[in-house]
Design a binder for this molecule. Structure first.
Ligand SMILES: [Zn+2]
Length: 172
């Protein structure tokens, strides 16, 4: 989700539109501050637990809508550290390895997704952001053809599994 600024966060002057770095952007006519609006990196985890893939439903989501555990990096944190922290916070599981699956665009939210395969162990204990989790045989996962779903599909293909995409939520 792209952040909208009306006023300069440095000097509180009303922002204007102008060309900067080859694109039209919001910028400050007083102090020169530029809203670059770069995509935000997000880490996402294909959690493998007892041979199954763990998918999670956020408390804010409708029933039957499950996805990968994901979250923002904290300052001074590597993507590998961030994904292990998110998995522990949200599921209670300890990540034993982080294998990069790939990096994916997610323009709708102005994010870049760094996706890992994370084998994990321990006992599932849901964090406050999750309503429920489900465990699926890898071959039964039906990813969305977008965002983290593309990472799931690449991970499945790398294991020799056929990929059948699910319709996007809200589109049938
Ligand atoms: Zn300013």
């Amino acid at each position: 989700m792209s952040t909208v600024f009306n006023f300069c966060p440095a000097c509180a002057t009303s922002l204007a539109r102008g060309l900067q770095g080859g694109r039209e952007r919001a910028l400050c006519p007083a102090c020169g501050w530029v809203h670059w609006d770069n995509p935000t990196p997000v880490v996402a985890a294909v959690i493998e637990y007892e041979g199954k893939v763990l998918l999670a439903r956020n408390v804010a989501w409708p029933e039957k809508m499950f996805a990968l555990v994901a979250g923002f990096l904290e300052r001074d944190e590597s993507p590998q550290e961030a994904v292990a922290r998110e998995v522990l916070e949200e599921t209670g599981l300890t990540v034993s390895a982080t294998h990069l699956i790939g990096v994916y665009e997610f323009r709708r939210r102005n994010e870049v997704i760094i996706a890992f395969h994370t084998p994990a162990e321990g006992t599932i204990a849901l964090g406050e952001e999750l309503a429920e989790v489900k465990l699926l045989e890898p071959a039964r996962v039906r990813p969305w053809p977008l965002g983290t779903g593309l990472a799931v599909a690449d991970w499945m293909r790398a294991r020799g599994l056929p990929v059948e995409f699910a319709p996007l939520p809200g589109r049938g």
